[in-house]
Design a protein around this ligand. Structure first.
Ligand SMILES: C[S@@+](CC[C@H](N)C(=O)[O-])C[C@H]1O[C@@H](n2cnc3c(N)ncnc32)[C@H](O)[C@@H]1O
Length: 262
């Protein structure tokens, strides 16, 4: 068991406003650690930092490895004409609170539509893990998937957020279009309630095995699902567990909530 990292996920990270939930945090952990164990090197990038919840998770997991973590966001929430940048400042403060000072030279403020792969590769090298959680309309997903693909190492993974979420139907269209247009070069290997994980098809069997054998994912039912020509492990997290977890967090027992996911 990764006890220190699990404590970070279930306790420390809960102080940060944001969206990544424990199941996906455990998938990030399992995939990044498997890459590290197997010498699959590369940078890590995220589109859609918000206040840093998943950014700090990526930083924490990759501590001690050579990987650098790059974050991209508009950072325009609450921005005023006098130049105040509350979203960015809160993100920086969150880093201090967690003891993970933001590496500001690896943070890009701006619209991904204006970025080129070289802007990312030039800072962190080719990427082994790319989290896409920025704009949720079709044109954003198209832009961001192309950007991620152009930075990706052969063994790189793209994690698409909010797939199959009825609140964001165009994300689902974007990911499906991406896989279909790649004509088998990329395939999905894992899905959770919120995210879909894809890689180049040559690495599908490797990542499929990583997910199947990951100790931190034993709490989930691994449901074999087919999606656009590939086998996907759909990690099912029963409603009963989600309810117990939420109750524990709301009653101030987040330090113990980790046990629900063993
Ligand atoms: C759902 S939030 C990300 C949540 C975050 N990953 C977390 O774990 O809490 C989406 C973020 O994407 C950013 N965003 C939206 N459109 C963008 C664009 N075109 N380029 C860069 N960032 C964008 C927003 O500013 C917002 O902070």
């Amino acid at each position: 068991m990764n006890s220190a990292l699990r404590k970070f996920i279930f306790h420390d990270l809960q102080m940060i406003e944001g969206y990544i939930d424990p199941p996906d945090s455990l998938v990030f952990l399992s995939l990044l650690q498997a890459q590290q164990r197997n010498g699959l090197e590369g940078g890590i990038a995220e589109i859609g930092v918000f206040y840093g919840r998943s950014y700090f998770l990526l930083r924490k997991i990759s501590e001690g490895s050579s990987a650098r973590v790059l974050g991209i966001d508009l950072f325009d929430i609450g921005r005023t004409t006098d130049g105040a940048a509350p979203q960015y400042n809160r993100f920086i403060d969150n880093g201090r609170r967690l003891g993970l000072a933001v590496e500001e030279d690896l943070i890009i403020t701006g619209d991904t539509a204006r970025l080129k792969a070289e802007d990312i590769v030039g800072k962190v090298g080719r990427t082994r893990f790319f989290s896409i959680d920025g704009g949720h309309m079709l044109h954003h997903v198209v832009t961001d998937a192309a950007l991620a693909t152009d930075t990706l190492a052969d063994h790189g993974i793209i994690a698409f957020d909010d797939t199959f979420n009825p609140a964001w139907p165009e994300v689902t269209v974007g990911v499906s279009d991406f896989l279909r247009q790649k004509e088998g070069a990329f395939s999905a290997f894992c899905m959770t309630k919120y995210k879909t994980y894809v890689c180049r098809t040559g690495f599908h069997a490797f990542y499929e095995k990583v997910i199947a054998e990951a100790k931190d994912l034993l709490a989930f039912d691994h449901v074999k699902t087919e999606f656009l020509g590939s086998n996907v492990a759909r990690l099912h997290n029963p409603m009963s567990r989600r309810m117990v977890y939420e109750l524990m967090v709301r009653s101030g027992m987040s330090a113990f909530s980790e046990r629900v996911y063993r």
